[in-house]
Write a protein that binds this ligand. Structure first.
Ligand code: AMP
Ligand code: ZN
Length: 510
């Protein structure tokens, strides 16, 4: 900001978020003034994440970026579940990690490392900002045992298979899911002798005569922590109870989060859920699912929709990010290749407009130092958007403050992109401020990043460019036979020539 220049835009719309606990939009009230502490349930690293899983982290990222945009100091934690998540969320089946390790004949630790790395690559490719802390479940086992010891006497009972949480010992159990304690949906009584069908293991004992790859000593014998215990412990340890927001996919609203809430109530010695702070987190937010027309997204059946598959087919991961942003996070989103292709075209259009704008601005010293996370907010030396842009920034602010309405925010971004006869530097600053929330990285993105080479296409870009150059010369010389032959050769190599493409894209790989 120059000393005499306009003041930077200060977002002032009241932030309203949908709290699954009350099923209402609520004004956001930070627990600690000026701060926002957020915990997101992370992946179980027994397999690659599918793009549905990644929708959950794009949502958490938009939430975090919005909180930062609103001037709050964000502390975001995402966990990595490397132990304890069973094949059935309702406490039944095998440990997902143990099962995969057996199937692959590998150590669980290697499996966890491999899939954590793969998940982090997807996080990076989708421009999801790094949280303040990744908490790895196996690094918190002593704290989990201490937590369980604190609540055991009043809230738990021991069976041969483990230490169980008695859900009748806390008020309002299952309110988040709107389920009855005894016969909530999906609450199958898998373990004999449980006092209530919904009771769940917070410590799973290793059966006599068995040895698990991952097991720890505890007051209840050798075993491993329950999945729900992990998230209660990691969120409370790092963020402190109560913290502001807990996120996850909508499936977690049914079992995992009600169980976390019950444990948090027990640990904090709080009663009913009429006071939101009694649940451990004040606000519980859930993204809806990405679905396939054929049904539920699955890692085991049909075409496994990993981000890498999209890349192999030539789609930038950011086209998928945009696809997520085009829907409200609480709406179901149906995945289709056509939808993805349309998102890619929209992204290309935006990118070209940003590039044309940048071409109109003389280079300043320090240009190119933009932070990686999508251009970031303008630095002190950079221009700020003047009053001409204020109404747009206000509408953008109102959209994201209205329970993260990214579909509307995107249209405001495009309206600014289309503005004519305005100062180019200021316009770029306005776009940068908005992209700091959208996270599409449009201010730093290279055109090439949107033209990925589909798997199986061998041709190099230099070859394409020189063939196109030769074709231009042939056309200039009216040698149409040669120009057609060159085009046909490119087609045979998987390159479609796009004469007169309105976006100025001369070719694409098919
Ligand atoms: P998991 O690794 O199974 O624990 O899932 C990681 C995250 O993805 C959780 O927050 C889930 O709720 C979420 N999730 C799972 N499937 C989908 C889906 N199809 N669409 C959106 N989110 C999902
Ligand atoms: Zn969790």
């Amino acid at each position: 900001m120059s000393v005499h220049g306009p003041a930077p835009f200060a977002p002032s719309a009241p932030l309203k978020l949908f709290n699954s606990l009350t099923r209402q939009l609520e004004a956001f009230q930070p627990v600690h003034a000026g701060e926002a502490r957020v915990y997101s349930c992370g992946p179980t690293v027994y397999n690659y994440p599918h793009i549905g899983n990644m929708r959950a982290y794009v949502f958490a990222d938009i939430l975090g970026r919005t909180l930062s945009f609103k001037g709050l100091k964000l502390t975001h934690v995402i966990n990595i579940t490397d132990v304890g998540h069973l094949t059935d969320d309702a406490d039944d089946g095998e440990d997902k990690m143990e099962k995969m390790a057996k199937a692959q004949a590998q150590s669980i630790w290697d499996i966890a490392q491999h899939f954590t790395q793969a998940y982090w690559e997807d996080v990076k490719a989708l421009n999801i900002r790094q949280p303040a802390r990744w908490t790895i479940a196996t690094e918190y086992v002593p704290q989990m045992i201490a937590f369980a010891e604190k609540i055991a006497a009043k809230h738990c009972y021991e069976l041969d298979s483990g230490l169980y949480f008695d859900v009748s010992t806390v008020a309002d159990y299952g309110r988040l899911a709107r389920a009855q304690t005894e016969d909530g949906e999906g609450r199958i009584e898998a373990v004999e002798c449980k006092r209530n069908a919904a009771d769940f293991a917070i410590w799973r004992k290793t059966p006599p005569g068995e040895k698990r790859q991952m097991e720890w000593d505890s007051p209840w014998g050798k075993g491993a922590p329950g999945w729900h215990l992990e998230c209660s412990v990691m969120s409370g340890e790092v963020l402190g109870f109560p913290f502001d927001i807990h996120t996850g996919g909508i499936d977690h609203r049914e079992i995992h989060h009600p169980n976390e809430i019950a444990q948090n109530q027990a640990f904090c010695c709080t009663n009913g859920l009429d006071l939101p702070a009694n649940s451990g987190a004040r606000v519980w937010m859930h993204n809806n699912f990405l679905v396939e027309r054929s049904g539920k997204m699955s890692k085991s059946s049909g075409e496994f929709l990993r981000l890498q598959l999209l890349i192999d087919k030539g789609y930038s991961p950011l086209a998928y990010r945009l696809m997520c942003l085009q829907a409200h996070y609480r709406s179901e989103l149906e995945f289709s290749w056509d939808g993805l292709a349309a998102a890619l075209t929209r992204l290309k259009r935006m990118l070209i407009a940003v590039q044309q704008l940048k071409d109109r601005i003389p280079l300043r010293t320090g240009e190119g130092d933009h932070p990686q996370d999508g251009g970031g907010a303008p630095s002190l030396a950079e221009p700020v958007p003047g009053p001409r842009f204020t109404p747009f920034l206000e509408r953008f602010d109102a959209a994201v403050s209205d329970d993260l309405n990214t579909p509307v925010a995107l249209t405001v971004f495009e309206e600014v992109l289309a503005l004519k006869k305005v100062d180019a530097s200021e316009k770029l600053a306005a776009l940068a401020a908005m992209d700091a929330v959208l996270g599409l990285g449009l201010l730093t993105l290279d055109r090439k990043a949107l033209r990925l080479k589909p798997k199986g296409v061998e041709i190099e870009e230099t070859e394409i460019e020189s063939a196109l150059e030769a074709r231009k010369e042939a056309r200039a010389a009216k040698d149409f036979a040669r120009s057609d032959a060159l085009r046909d050769e490119l087609v045979a190599k998987g390159v479609e020539v796009m004469d007169g493409d309105p976006l100025g894209w001369e070719w694409k790989l098919v």
